[in-house]
Design a protein around this ligand. Sequence first.
Ligand code: ADP
Length: 695
Amino acid sequence: MRAKDLDDVNEAAINALLNATSASRSAILRFDDDGVMRFKAWHGLSAEYRNAVTGHTPWRPGTRNAQPIVVADVSREASLRDFAEIFERENIGALAFIPLELDAGVFGKFMLYYSEPHEFDGEELALAQAIASHVALATEHKRLEAAGRHLTAIIDNSDDAILSKDLNGTITTWNNSAARIFGYTAAEAVGEPISMLAPPGRMEEIRNILDRIRRGERVEPYDTIRRRKDGQTIDVSISVSPIRNAAGEITGASEIARDIGGRKRAEGERARLLAAERQARKIAELLNQVGPMLTTELDLEKLVQAVTDVATELVGAEFGSFFHNVVNEKGESYMLYTLSGVPREAFAGFPMPRNTALFGPTFRGEDVVRCEDVTKDPRYGKNAPYHGMPKGHLPVRSYLAASVVSRGEVLGGLFFGHSIPGKFTENHEMIIRGVAAQAAIAMDNARLFEQAQWVQNELKQSNEELRGVNQDLETFAYSASHDLNEPLRTIALSAELLERTSADRLDKDGAKLVLMIRQGIRRMEGLTRDLLAYMAATKHEEGGAPDADAGQVFAGVLENLKRPLEESGAVVTQTTLPVVAMHESRLAQVLQNLIGNALKYRGAEAPRVHVSASERDGWCVVSVSDNGIGIEPKFADSIFELFKRLHTRDEYPGSGIGLPICQRIVERYGGRIWLEKSVPGQGSTFCFSVPLARQ
Ligand code: ADP
């Protein structure tokens, strides 16, 4: 019993056996966990012998009521014949097996060896057996001791708090982890009530556990909270089992408490990451929508509201506003604002933000301003009369502002607020910088669109005015030619009468004067006719143009000009001509004028005229080239003026109205006419554009 460990026990036993019996050698063997009988201690045995007989046993492990077996003469024992040789070499003549047995049956044996055959007497065996039972007890004791130490080591090394308590809830044991987790040393905890671990309001839970234990129930692991010695509450998972004594009565409970703070923190972290990911996804989606949404919105007012709404949502502000400058028709600049997240009334009573230390950078187009807590910002509250936010203003702690700048011009500023400090992060700062840039582009777009619309309106208005003036001019030209015709007829009649009645009384000069009067009258009549023709050039065709096959129209024109063509011996060539959106008679008028001129302003050679057409972007350009006398470049424009002629009537007949009529016609269809090219003495090329017919 004084032995330190099993080796000590074995040593003492071997000595006792050798002293108490006449055996010269002895050994102790035990079944190992694998069921093989092995030498644990010996005296006077060779390694060879021990090896040879290891594993031999007359009993199986756990055999009960085993009795000593004595072999007085090994050479005569049939069951040991296999070992005869080794017995001889080891000089063993007799031996005895004495079982080591406890409640659980045989667990080992003692061996006694004699060099000669030996007669065992009862006393010798009784002594050996007595020693065996002592050794068995001592072995069990030491084994239990070791097992206890082992268990204690396991408990002490466990990460879980393992403790026990009696049925009154008094702590009876407390492992290292309990000390670590709860902060009380074993000395501080043992003897104290378990309720000291209950956080306020959790006493009931601890009482319930004890009640269940008294009823013999187990408490399966569940998550709860406990209080540490320092007062901090910790998350634990707890399981409790009843402890019974040898009689099966419940004497207390063992409790295992696992610190799940890490798990809870991990869960919290995971939830946080998930939320952050969801947030990031939402922002990405919103940002994706921002670009297209902003660039498609051309109504400046709606656009500015959309920017405010999106930006407020993106940065998670309680409210956001967009102050921007507008210029009215009088050219006066003033400030407007949109709001998001709050009704307009919330701001109605307050003055516009001014160029203060805080707002200034944004109105000046400087970088984003972000304050964790604006009330702690050195720039805050420096200006009279409010020194901070005016009374009744929405509370702002987190502050974020960005200017919207386009091509160096500050279009406005985005301002965001939140009543809780630290709401706006660096991320939000970047987001708002991006949104502000997109907003600038979109606002620029919208403004350009508005301007374009304005220009278009102006144009429409001046077109209408022009049409009015034209109308007046036409009316005037009509009445003028009519009214002129009246006195003209009187003059003509008078001249005729004069000639008829006074021809014989008129001298040569007088007759010449009358002739001149009549020539003048004819010219006057021609002019008024031409003027009316010019006015009528586009008169009757209002509304959309029908389609005209230019090829067919051209063939008709050649038919009309048959005589002059034949007389001049002209050669006319052409490419295919497309279908154009124009009245046939008008197209015929233009072509006939141009070809007529080509024949009229011919050179010495027979006229050669070429008509071609090219198509581009919905327009057809027809060109008419000749080999005639050509036009000096300086007259390229003036030939389209009314009554403009480059020659006298004697050289070439005409009134200078053909080209102006052509111009008036093509312009009526949105087209143009111009002298493309001309070299005096070599020929000219006139071009005009008219719309192609829609397919
Ligand atoms: P008109 O032929 O009645 O004089 P137009 O308006 O048709 O009036 O032409 C204006 C002027 O342009 C003509 O007087 C002529 O000097 C010049 N012109 C027109 N067509 C040609 C041409 N094909 N070749 C040379 N000169 C031309």
